[in-house]
Design a protein around this ligand. Structure first.
Ligand SMILES: Nc1ncnc2c1ncn2[C@@H]1O[C@H](COP(=O)(O)OP(=O)(O)O)[C@@H](O)[C@H]1O
Ligand SMILES: [Mg+2]
Length: 274
């Protein structure tokens, strides 16, 4: 049967690109997005509905789970930046809006109890755990912008309980970004002032002095988790991650990034607290 959506697309829909974990499997059908349902989908859908009830309007509305293991959510109109990132996504306005959006997500999440007896993913989760559901994957490909400002977060597949600071650290990794200059040059505009941008993110989120003091070490911890996440996927033979690692200088790049973070810990701390 050929069904036609409001946009006149055929029933097979429009493939949405941008992700790695569900590469090729995320499809838009008009106002809906259909994608593989994560194991936590039931709990996540309840969480997304609770976020709405708490007044948070920056996430998709879950619609249903299908019999063949997929989920449907509302499509959020706007712009999603893909690498190499366009200039607008690395502006200070964009960064400020991401900090503000994450703060609003956390304010709503903090008053929602984490569902018990759910096997939340461990891969990018805060190793120290926590009482709030963190997104854990606030990369540019998972943020929808409108008018140059972050409007919504998508792709909650890696959400898990953790400290809010863990989510800030993960977000900072991508949005500042916390990379050595050679690694950053591969997909960001040149000349970004990293310490200043980390401060902008901390200010727009509203981190406390205590959290600012802790953040550089948590960023190092989060970076190690991301490296382990890639290593697990490569060890499993995942072709998307194997190719991405090869295209990005392999493990040398991770060594460079981690070395840079350690060498700049004091500079980053000074920018956060100064
Ligand atoms: N609800 C949505 N609204 C708007 N765009 C979406 C939505 N869900 C996915 N997309 C688009 O599809 C891309 C891939 O989807 P995503 O769910 O993030 O896949 P993956 O799990 O592979 O990262 C995103 O980067 C975004 O561009
Ligand atoms: Mg994604």
């Amino acid at each position: 049967m050929i069904d036609v959506t409001a946009e006149g697309e055929a029933a097979e829909g429009e493939a949405l690109v941008g992700g790695m974990m569900n590469s090729g499997a995320v499809v838009r059908h008009g106002a809906l997005v259909e994608r593989p349902a994560p194991g936590t989908a039931r709990a996540l859908h309840a969480h997304l509905l609770a976020l709405e009830e708490h007044g948070f309007d920056g996430a998709p509305t879950p619609v249903r789970l299908t019999a063949d293991g997929r989920e449907q959510l509302t499509f959020i109109p706007g712009d999603v930046a893909l690498p190499p990132f366009p200039h607008w996504v690395m502006t200070e306005t964009a960064l400020t809006s991401v900090g503000d959006l994450l703060r609003r997500l956390h304010e709503a999440s903090a008053s929602i109890a984490v569902a018990p007896r759910v096997e939340w993913p461990r891969s990018l989760a805060d190793p120290e755990g926590g009482t709030m559901l963190c997104h854990n994957d606030v990369c540019p490909e998972n943020v929808v912008f409108r008018d140059g400002r972050a409007a919504a977060l998508i792709d909650f597949d890696l959400a898990a309980p953790g400290r809010p600071l863990w989510d800030v650290a993960m977000t900072a990794r991508y949005w500042v970004p916390l990379l050595d200059p050679a690694s950053a040059a591969a997909f960001c505009p040149a000349g970004l002032d990293v310490p200043k941008r980390l401060r902008i993110l901390a200010d727009s989120y509203g981190l406390s002095p205590q959290e600012r003091a802790e953040l550089p070490a948590v960023i190092e911890q989060a970076t190690a988790s991301c490296r382990a996440f890639v290593a697990d996927r490569v060890a499993d033979g995942d072709p998307v991650y194997i190719q991405a690692l090869a295209e990005r200088d392999g493990w040398q790049r991770w060594d460079r990034v981690q070395g840079w973070l350690v060498a700049h810990r004091a500079t980053l701390t000074a920018a956060l607290l100064g």
